[in-house]
Design a protein around this ligand. Structure first.
Ligand SMILES: Cc1cc2nc3c(=O)[nH]c(=O)nc-3n(C[C@H](O)[C@H](O)[C@H](O)COP(=O)(O)OP(=O)(O)OC[C@H]3O[C@@H](n4cnc5c(N)ncnc54)[C@H](O)[C@@H]3O)c2cc1C
Ligand code: FES
Length: 257
């Protein structure tokens, strides 16, 4: 079931440098949502036209709340980030597919930048005592999502101000050398996802990648968010990130360029 509701903003604060946290009251969506899904948020003052996709960082079915981490990148996200507590924002969701932990005993989670947000939701649902998360940030000031994590977290950064100065795939590779996980779940910038896919392929570890694409309708109607996915017979077909994704079998994603 997909809902289109007016969600009051309960809390707005700064989660990290250039990252705003919004907590919304959206009981229907919070109850129905799975980790990896997103909401399509109406941009305030856009004449009920423009929406922007934002992942769920956490959902609390009991409290009826959604937590979002939003980078004010362009006009749409800037307006959404400026919403003050008490204001309401129209949210369509939950949308898309989610991560699926299946019967994996050990999951390695990989997040980069704003992609850490949906990985936090996946950790809440699928982390086990042997699971481990690997987060990559630009600097220590951009780091978030590590307090109250349900499993061990290793953070790295571009400048070495938190953890190693290394790509997030460095500690991931080292950890795979010590203990092979049953599954990898990842969300982050394209080069990171491409590298995670390569590592998972080489090691023969199943992986799930959450992709980002510019979106129009958000519900599978406009085909504006199509990506190439292998069809299992040596060819490929287009799949919609908003409806068939954003989480795809990492072995099947075809990265262009
Ligand atoms: C499934 C999904 C989940 C997302 N979750 C989050 C989230 O949790 N937090 C968050 O801050 N952002 C998230 N995004 C990205 C966010 O939707 C875009 O940053 C936003 O739509 C940009 O809109 P704008 O009007 O602010 O900027 P625009 O002016 O539209 O764009 C600003 C810049 O961002 C680029 N851009 C626009 N859309 C995207 C996109 N989808 N992916 C990558 N670059 C883009 C543009 O090319 C441009 O360079 C998600 C995107 C998708 C598809
Ligand atoms: S955004 Fe319209 S089909 Fe995905």
């Amino acid at each position: 079931m997909i809902y289109d509701i007016d969600a009051p903003v309960l809390l707005r604060d700064t989660l990290a440098d250039g990252l705003i946290r919004l907590v919304l009251r959206a009981p229907e969506i919070a109850r129905a949502a799975k980790p990896g899904q997103f909401v399509h948020m109406l941009v305030p003052d856009s004449g009920h036209v423009l929406r922007r996709p934002i992942s769920l960082m956490a959902m609390d079915a009991q409290a009826g709340t959604l937590t979002l981490a939003i980078q004010p990148k362009g006009p749409g996200t800037q307006k959404i980030c400026a919403l003050a507590p008490g204001a309401a924002v129209k949210c369509l969701g939950p949308l898309g597919t989610g991560f699926d932990g299946g019967d994996a005993q050990t999951v390695y989670f990989v997040g980069g930048g704003v992609g850490v947000a949906p990985v936090c939701a996946a950790m809440d649902a699928f982390a086990t005592p042997t699971s481990h998360a690997f987060f990559g940030f630009r600097t220590k000031l951009h780091a978030y999502g590590m307090t109250q994590a349900p499993c061990a977290v290793t953070a790295v950064s571009d400048d070495g101000s938190i953890g190693q100065q290394a790509p997030v795939t460095a500690p991931l590779l080292a950890a795979i050398g010590v203990k092979r996980p049953d599954l990898i779940m990842a969300c982050g910038p394209l080069p990171m996802l491409r590298a995670v896919q390569h590592i998972a392929r080489e090691a023969g570890i199943p992986c799930q990648l959450s992709l980002e694409e510019r979106m129009g309708c958000g519900i599978g109607a406009c085909l504006g968010c199509s990506v190439r996915i292998a069809d299992g017979h040596g060819g490929w077909h287009y799949r919609r990130v908003c409806k068939d994704g954003p989480v795809f079998d990492g072995m099947e994603v075809i990265f262009d360029g």
